[in-house]
Design a protein around this ligand. Sequence first.
Ligand code: NIG
Ligand code: FE
Length: 406
Amino acid sequence: MHQSSLQLWINASLFDGLESAAEPMAIAVKEGRIAWLKPVSELSVDDKSGFECIDVKGALMTPGLIDCHTHLVFGGNRAGEFEARLEGASYEEIARAGGGIISTVRATRAASEDELFESAKPRLQALIADGVTTVEIKSGYGLDVENELKMLRVARRLGRELPVRVVTTLLGAHALPPEYKDDADGYISLVCSQMIPAAVAERLADAVDVFCENIAFSVEQCERVYAAAKAHGLAIKGHTEQLSNLGGSAAAARAGALSVDHIEYLDEDGVKALAEADTVATLLPGAFFILRETKMPPIELLRRYQVPMALATDANPGTSPIFSLKLMLNMACTLFRLTPIEALRGVTAHGAQALGLQTEVGRIAPGLQADFCLWDTTNPAELAYSVGLPRLTHRVVAGKMSGGAA
Ligand code: NIG
Ligand code: FE
């Protein structure tokens, strides 16, 4: 169905990744890329010649959704920790007592590559069913060279075997492994001098990420990781200002980070630093919701300084066991007061920018990959307004139908 290499999708209510079109649009796809688009009212007979024409009858078309921040490869789960938090334990207390991230590290180290692949697959399929066509997957539960590479190999394999673009990020500096207790600098040296080079040698990582926080690594330690990543030609990102304000976002921006993520505690100087460096601010309302945080990310400041806001699931076993990017559209609006269009930009154009992929995906524009979704509505605001609906009717990756209800 709709597999010809020349397709003309007509009568779409288009949200192109940044804006909604004012009238029904026609979108031409050639060999898996968007060739051109124009209002249906301006279509000539010549325009249609040679194309397989698909009339979508007013359905909403958006770019394929981009989940630019996930940790969906992991062993075990943390339902027990969820129960402990319900009884009053905090995320920080659990982490300091050797639970939290470290408990997932134990389960991930114990799992084989095949086991990790099989457990990650339904999580990724859930995102795909929600309209995701590009997903970023981080390591960070191995915390030694062998196990970090194992996680990244699983992420690459997911990209080969499932109909989704996978971008991988090495998050060796996620937590201090037990073997390096009291020697965080020594562990950072391992990340810089062994983990990053080994990941690069096997082409397993597209970017490098860090967790800059009191319960993780200092700004100086994160800067060492950034320097090593850049020396190997890798992009950088940061988990910053999630639980406190350490200045990690500004440091990441100064180092040229694609994005800084979480950022509830970001202040005005930090926002200015992002604006100056063109670094994307990634909002993760799932973790905010699950941890019942009350400190809001500085949305008004981000707007004022025109910092692009991306939006992602942060899918992970601890702070965001949530495998729906559409739910994040609703949460970003209800919890962070984004407008539906801002939220949609966050999972399309700005999500792509957070991955450095803005010339490939995230917009419906000439030259970009023909990755798009059709929805059972005409109004983009409905994607954020409603949970569970509207239905995804078509999901197209590089011009090929791949999922959706129709
Ligand atoms: O993005 N903040 C640090 N890392 C993850 C949580 C990972 C976990 O708790 O397993 C996050 O929230
Ligand atoms: Fe995260």
